[in-house]
Design a protein. Structure first.
Length: 119
């Protein structure tokens, strides 16, 4: 089962969802703008992504990023707190399957979740 953090207004998010469904994936859609993830959920997603800097989970090009006075150099805790308060800053789409996660940019990256996990 894949939990898919989806923004239906985003073409990449729509394309990623369609791609997973075309490949027969069982997907649970979470409209993260309406059902914002908690700091704990974001930390778990970050861990599943391989613990990249939190900025790699964000959309720093969003005007809101600048309006909030955020910087790419800000610490993980500050950036995660900003994503909790403003889920629009979360990069999309994000797909989580067990202990693995992928940001679907480009959408084809999502197919990696359908491959068996190596030893």
């Amino acid at each position: 089962m894949i939990e898919y953090w989806h923004n239906p207004r985003c073409s990449k998010s729509r394309a990623g969802l369609a791609l997973l469904q075309e490949h027969g994936a069982e997907v649970t859609v979470r409209r993260y703008l309406e059902d914002a993830p908690s700091a704990e959920e974001l930390a778990a997603a970050r861990a599943a992504l391989g613990n990249p800097p939190a900025i790699e989970m964000m959309r720093p090009g969003e005007a809101l990023f600048r309006e909030l006075g955020l910087a790419r150099s800000d610490g993980n805790e500050k950036l995660i707190a900003a994503m909790v308060e403003h889920p629009r800053l979360i990069e999309r789409p994000l797909a989580i399957s067990g202990a693995r996660a992928v940001i679907g940019r480009p959408p084809e990256r999502l197919l990696g979740l359908l491959e068996p996990q190596g030893e």
